[in-house]
Design a protein around this ligand. Sequence first.
Ligand SMILES: Cc1ncc(COP(=O)(O)O)c(C=O)c1O
Length: 451
Amino acid sequence: MSLPAADLSKQADHLSTMDLGVVLPATAEVRENHLFIGGVDMVELAREQGTALYVYDEADIRERLQEYRRAFESRYANSEIIYASKAFINKEMVRLVASEGASLDVSGGGELAIALAAGFPAERIYVHGNNKTPQELEEAISAGVGRIVLDSRLELARVSEIAQRLGVVQDVYMRITPGVEADTHEYIKTGCEDSKFGFTMREDFAFNCVEDVLAAPGVNLVGLHCHIGSQIFALHSFAEAIDVMVELIARIKERYGLEITEFDMGGGMGIAYTVEDMPSTIDQLAEVTIGALLGSCENHGVTPPRLLCEPGRSIVGTAGVTLYTVGILKTLPGIRKYVAIDGGMSDNIRTALYHANYEAVIANKAGEPRTEIVTLAGKHCESGDAVLLDGSIQTPELGDIVCVFDTGAYCRSMSSNYNGQPRPAVVFVRDGQARVVTRRESYEDLMMCDV
Ligand SMILES: Cc1ncc(COP(=O)(O)O)c(C=O)c1O
């Protein structure tokens, strides 16, 4: 796919780094025209570690986890925050989540293996996925994970068989598609009726399947789950989904006599990728969703269940940035200005996939206004390979260090080795210290699995 045509009338915004506000990681600052994060000079870090480079502001991640816990637990003590590790996972991130007292959502055997290797308590792990293989299910059940989120009847049969064989009873949730249209990009809507995820509510299918779950030996139905999509700004979508789910909980109690004691509302909270984006706050999310839960429970005569919230993007998205070096400058008169960087769709697929928007600055000119409109093109063999589409930036020169903000979620975790590109290192910065938490891949790594 090629790029959308540039809007040639677009003017640079003349903002400098600190004008970018909510888009910046918590500790971003400018010192002597250089961008600092976590007290570390991004220009020096890029020179030491090479580029492309993923950098995370550790204080920002911890702050978000604490903010989520505070916002939910202060309003409703019977609540829990589960970090959705698909947004970004490595062993150090898992340890950080554990140290902040949050639980962990894993999707598939690989994320589970990383979580267990990092010593995360199995009973606080929630296992998701629309096609967990029998082997993945067996790994999860034998590890003693807290909850498996059932996605289909076939999976129910598999979990039941494995649990009986292992002589355990596995606590499970049912993932429900509540038929609520979240106001977000098509590719990241998941709660609408035509979805590969979960049990549909259409024609009472999910409701009738409860009977099968209750009849299956080796499984114990304790909760329901829904996840309506990602990068959601309109909080009313969450409230609508919660109301649908509570009504279902009430009907389950009435028909089957079963009290559903846990309800996982999924993740999906949006973040600001550009200065124009106006996401809600975590506090507002907690206010609206807890209000909706308690209100619906009262209306339907249901005892309020434990509420679990499962954010990914809004924990790590803003904390993470990607650093690149400018390698080629190419102006096509009347078309656009390309600035080619030493990464692209292999480290950030979001722009090529759905024309995601970002803000970027030149880290070694961070105090200057952004006076040019450029496209940050990647180095891969696809004409749609870009990270920033027609965005404002300081005047670029060869060798400049570009910093693209808000790349902490779904970039590293969706990265690839396309064109034989080794994946960048991941560095955590905090209090003036930088530590490599995932090393850069080498050419040898690219061939490691070849026989
Ligand atoms: C089941 C489930 N929970 C949580 C999340 C996290 O969503 P977000 O990163 O938008 O908060 C996802 C994302 O796809 C998901 O599928």
